[in-house]
Design a protein around this ligand. Sequence first.
Ligand code: A3P
Length: 300
Amino acid sequence: MSFDPDQMELPSRPELFDFRGVSMTHFFTDNWENVQNFKARPDDVLIATYPKAGTTWVSYILDLLYFGQTSPERQTSVPIYERVPFLELIVPKFVPGLDQVERLPTSPRLIKTHFPVQFVPKSFWEQNCKIIYVARNAKDNMVSYFHFDSMAMIEPDPGDWNNYFQRFMQGKVVTGSWYDHVNGWWKKKQTSPNVHYMFYEDLVEDTGREIDKLCSFLGLSPSEDERKRITGGVQFDKMKKNNMTNYSTHARMDFKTGSFMRKGRVGDWKNHFTVAQNEEFDEDYKKKMKDPTLQLRTDL
Ligand code: A3P
């Protein structure tokens, strides 16, 4: 997806529609049959998230854990979205995510999806693949998604903040309801030892601790030096400056309207939600988030 920004022609934004009960655009459904028939390998690692929950962060951590030592040139020449292809993404003129996965030379293959749990191709379950799910609190997730939709030309027009706020609560954004997504994966994790469920807020609070948990889930044992190097290298400021992780080489972003590595904080929602919106949100949240075992922090 390398490009010359001056030559970049931004596509028109797609329409949202209901796809099997989930709001989607055709960029995520046009390859549905092929994606559903995907043949996973037992050592494939799937990174699943609701958009803007920290997918790129965890992708980079995993890439460094697996390949940081063995392929140093990969770190300076291959953008993270090519190292960890987006399974269901299919955009005209670009190699579909599925084909990118098939062409990956690495073992294991690291694969990204934003699918709700019921859309995940069955082969991942049949092959007992390791799956890492990252959840982020709904308020910050919404804010991050709003800014992203403003700059990502493959997303529907986000409109203004007040309008977006309502649409997010109704699940009328790509990948549908945040509430259904995090709950669906949480439920699945209860019966699937191959799902590691982690939280963006925990990663911000103590990146090293969360990397340790990831390693024990994946059966990896980096040296102490390596662990320290990775923990330092994946901090927000480092990733923001790194052209291989900050999406600056991506053809479908309009960097005039924002940056992919925007703030990377817990609690930025307070700069966006009005007092009235916060009350409305909390009221609605209580109705949708009934499982007391799933707790997300909106503050650290
Ligand atoms: P913000 O928009 O709140 O800054 P995804 O990769 O799923 O699209 O998520 C993007 C969000 O994760 C953005 O949030 C981005 O800044 C944040 N992020 C990426 N790398 C991060 C890091 N190293 N530390 C903290 N946040 C990070």
